[in-house]
Write a protein that binds this ligand. Structure first.
Ligand code: ATP
Length: 344
């Protein structure tokens, strides 16, 4: 099912949680709503679900205007961060619930409900645990039950609100891979809320990056990571270093020194962004040069803080872990990839 959000605004007591948001969600895609706390991700998800009504704007499911339709009419599968499983029901009963409570006219026969629930438990790799109760499962297993329960009603759209937020890092990573596999097999249109960049980059077909109630950028993980269209997205989607530069006829200068980058499209005062790992060390020629202020291990690399132009500017760059960078040593480098945004 394709979902179209058109010029949606949402206010809570006059506070605008979303300003004029438009988003086309493609049929069968897994799209991540990504942004810092308070950026409006959950509000957008709840509007799509029908748990909130827009202050202005419309939401279409396929060609149907769903703006006034109830949650049930929208046929939504929902998974929240905190497993909202029914504690007094077994796993099998939890997964069957959505089908059992259907009106008689659309309810499958009991045997069929059971068969479908068992199939879903198999899909989420929990076969054999169907007689257990939620408190007899781990957090990761409970979220898998929640997903099976959401899928049982064959939803047109699956909405996931930080479903792995309460789990530890390793379980999160496993469930991410697992969710991607399930999505590839079942093909549900899925909207996934997260504030975790790595999770969004790994999981999603497309990212919708949000900030302060607005959509900043929508695109594939590669396009958003490699071609961020704003300083906010550059800094939010990965690590970044920034320098105030000027551009003259394509050459980039820091103060009165060219830094060895040509071909810039912009002109005048700019903000230069690059990623700490995306640099090359150079010897001689125009480059950025600075003095090591500190260094620490980050995973398999050495993250170095470099003071450029005395202590006028400080940036971070990554060096190979065995690089003999000591305090006060001189390092010259060029960013391999970079972005410029006008200084305002
Ligand atoms: P988080 O990652 O922390 O969940 P979020 O990006 O999902 O954040 P929302 O929960 O959508 O953000 O909230 C967006 C803004 O709207 C916040 O400033 C929040 O305080 C406000 N807000 C959300 N729900 C309500 C409500 N029911 N009443 C009043 N304000 C609300």
């Amino acid at each position: 099912m394709e979902v179209r959000v058109e010029n949606v605004r949402k206010e809570f007591d006059r506070f605008p949680a979303l300003h004029d948001v438009s988003l086309d969600i493609r049929s069968g895609e897994l799209i991540a709503l990504l942004g810092p706390s308070g950026s409006g991700k959950t509000t957008l998800l709840r509007l799509i679900a029908g748990l909130e009504r827009p202050t202005a704007g419309r939401i279409f499911f396929g060609d149907t205007d769903a703006s006034e339709k109830s949650v049930q009419e929208r046929n939504i599968g929902f998974v929240f961060q905190h497993y909202a499983l029914f504690r007094h029901m077994t796993i099998l009963e939890n997964v069957s619930f959505g089908l059992k409570v259907r009106p008689r006219s659309t309810r499958p026969p009991a045997g069929e409900i059971r068969r479908r629930a068992m199939e879903l438990l198999d899909l989420v790799q929990l076969s054999g645990l169907e007689k257990r109760y939620p408190n007899q499962l781990s957090g990761g297993q409970r979220q898998r039950v929640a997903l099976a329960r959401a899928l049982a009603i064959e939803p047109g759209v699956l909405l996931l609100d930080e479903p792995f937020g309460a789990l530890d890092a390793q379980v999160r990573r496993e469930l991410r891979k697992w969710l991607r596999e399930i999505h590839d097999r079942t093909g549900h249109t899925t909207v996934f809320v997260t504030h975790d960049q790595e999770e969004a980059l790994e999981l999603a077909d497309r990212l919708c990056v949000m900030s302060q109630g607005k959509i900043e950028q929508v695109g594939s993980p590669d396009s958003v990571y490699d071609k961020p269209t704003s300083p906010f997205v550059f800094g939010f989607i990965g690590e970044s270093s920034e320098l105030p530069v000027s551009v003259d006829k394509g050459d980039i200068w820091l103060g009165d020194r060219p830094i060895g980058i040509a071909g810039a499209q912009a002109q005048g005062q700019q903000r230069l962004f690059f990623r700490p790992h995306d640099i090359e060390l150079v010897e001689g020629g125009a480059a950025l040069a600075g003095v090591v202020a500190s260094s620490r291990r980050v995973g398999g690399t050495r993250r170095v803080e470099l003071d450029i132009g005395g202590a006028a500017h400080r940036v971070e760059i990554d060096l190979p872990f065995d690089h003999p960078a000591a305090e006060r040593s001189q390092i010259a480098f060029r960013p391999k990839r970079w972005a410029l945004f006008p200084a305002t």
